[in-house]
Ligand binder design. Structure first.
Ligand SMILES: [Zn+2]
Length: 336
C-alpha cells in the first residue's frame, strides 16, 4: 500500500511536460504525460504501472514510443489513461510497426488503454503482444466524479479542462490512515487492545470530540474512568499518516470554467504542478494559444489553497528567463 509519493518533473521546465511519481513502498511508479521520456533511466520506466495522458499534442504523447521501446519483450501490463480518442491513438501507434516476430519474445507485454469522455464513460481496450497488439475492446463503465483509478491506498481523479480541445487534469490522493502512538498509550497506563479499533472508527467517521470511547486500563483499579472523551484521546494518542495529495494541470486557458475545475481538483493539495507557459505581459498570446500565464497559474494555486506550487511547460521564447516565470507565479501564489 503506497504511503509515500515521490513526485519529480521528468524534464526541465522548458522541456516537454511530464511528471514521474514514484510510489516508494509499492515499488511502482505513475507517469503523467508521455512527452520526452529520455531523462528517465530504463529501470524507472520499468517501474511504471500506470500512465496518464492529458491530451495528444505531440509534446504530451510522443514518448509513447520510448515507453514501448523500453517495455517490448518484458513481462508487463501497463495501463494508459487519457481523454476520448486515446484508444485509437494507442492502436495507431502500435500499428505503425510490424510485429511478425513478436510471438518469439518471451515476455508478455500488455497495454490496457482506458479513455474517459465528458459524461464520465470510461471505455477500455487491450493490446497484447501475444496477439501482435491487435485491439480487443474491453467494455465501458461509468466513472464517478472523474475517478480513473481506485485502490485501497490510492485514488486518481480527473477533470476536463479546455485547451481548444479537451485536456485532462489529474489529482493523485493517498488515503489517510489513523494510527496510534503505542508508547503514549502505555505511558498513560492504558493497554493496547480492541478498544483502539473503536477509537479509530469513531475518528474516521468524524464523531464529536465529546463522544465517549470505552478504554481498557493496564491496571483497572477502581476509580479509573471506563470511558474517555474522543477529543482527549485524539490529542494524546492519535497519529495520522499519509493523506498526501498532488495535482497536475497543464495546457488550458484562464477561463472561469477551467479555474473552477483546477481549484476543485487541486483543493488543499500538497503540491500543485501547473503550467506557466507565458509571462503575464503576453496574456493576449496565452489566451490565443489556450495556455496559462505564470501569474494566472499562481492565482489558481492560491485559490486552491495548495501548499506548494511547481511550474512547468515554459514557452521557449523565455529561454534564459525562466526565473522571471517562476517569480511571477510564486508572487501571485503567495498573494504578493
Ligand atoms: Zn503542451
Amino acid at each position: 500500500m503506497p504511503r509515500h509519493f515521490d513526485p519529480a518533473l521528468i524534464n526541465d521546465p522548458f522541456g516537454d511536460p511530464g511528471l514521474y511519481v514514484d510510489l516508494v513502498f509499492a515499488r511502482r511508479a505513475l507517469l503523467f504525460d508521455l512527452g520526452d521520456l529520455s531523462p528517465l533511466a530504463p529501470r524507472k520506466i520499468l517501474r511504471v504501472s500506470d500512465a496518464f495522458v492529458t491530451h495528444r499534442h505531440m509534446d504530451h504523447f510522443a514518448g509513447f514510443d520510448q515507453l514501448l521501446r523500453q517495455l517490448i519483450g518484458r513481462e508487463k501490463t501497463i495501463r494508459i489513461y487519457g481523454p476520448a480518442g486515446l484508444i485509437g491513438a494507442v492502436e495507431h501507434k502500435l500499428n505503425a510497426y510490424s510485429w511478425n516476430l513478436i510471438q518469439g519474445y518471451e515476455g508478455h507485454l500488455i497495454f490496457r488503454a482506458a479513455e474517459i469522455d465528458k459524461v464520465g464513460s470510461v471505455t477500455s481496450a487491450e493490446f497484447s503482444s501475444r496477439a501482435r497488439f491487435e485491439r480487443f475492446d474491453a467494455g465501458t463503465n461509468q466513472s464517478d466524479d472523474g475517478l480513473l483509478l481506485q485502490e485501497p491506498g490510492l485514488q486518481i481523479r480527473s477533470a476536463f479542462l479546455d485547451h481548444g480541445e479537451p485536456v485532462l487534469g489529474f489529482a493523485i490522493e493517498e488515503r489517510a490512515h489513523v494510527n496510534v502512538w503505542r508508547n503514549k498509550i502505555e505511558a498513560m497506563g492504558l493497554s493496547i487492545g480492541p478498544w483502539l479499533r473503536a477509537f479509530k472508527e469513531a475518528t474516521l467517521r468524524g464523531a464529536r470530540d465529546d463522544s465517549l470511547i470505552e478504554v481498557a486500563w493496564h491496571d483497572p483499579s477502581p476509580g479509573r474512568a471506563a470511558h474517555l472523551p474522543l477529543g482527549y484521546l485524539k490529542k494524546e494518542i492519535m497519529k495520522i499518516t499519509g493523506g498526501r495529495k498532488i495535482a497536475y494541470a497543464v495546457d488550458c486557458s484562464f477561463t472561469d470554467s477551467n479555474i473552477e475545475k483546477i481549484v476543485r481538483l487541486a483543493k488543499d493539495a500538497d503540491i500543485l504542478f501547473i503550467e506557466a507557459t507565458f509571462l503575464d505581459s503576453d496574456a493576449e498570446l496565452a489566451k490565443a494559444r489556450h495556455h496559462l500565464t505564470a501569474r494566472q497559474a499562481g492565482t489558481i494555486g492560491r485559490l486552491a489553497g495548495a501548499k506548494r506550487l511547481v511550474t512547468l511547460h515554459h514557452s521557449p521564447r523565455y529561454k534564459g528567463k525562466g526565473q522571471a516565470l517562476i517569480d511571477e507565479a510564486q508572487a501571485a501564489f503567495t498573494g504578493g
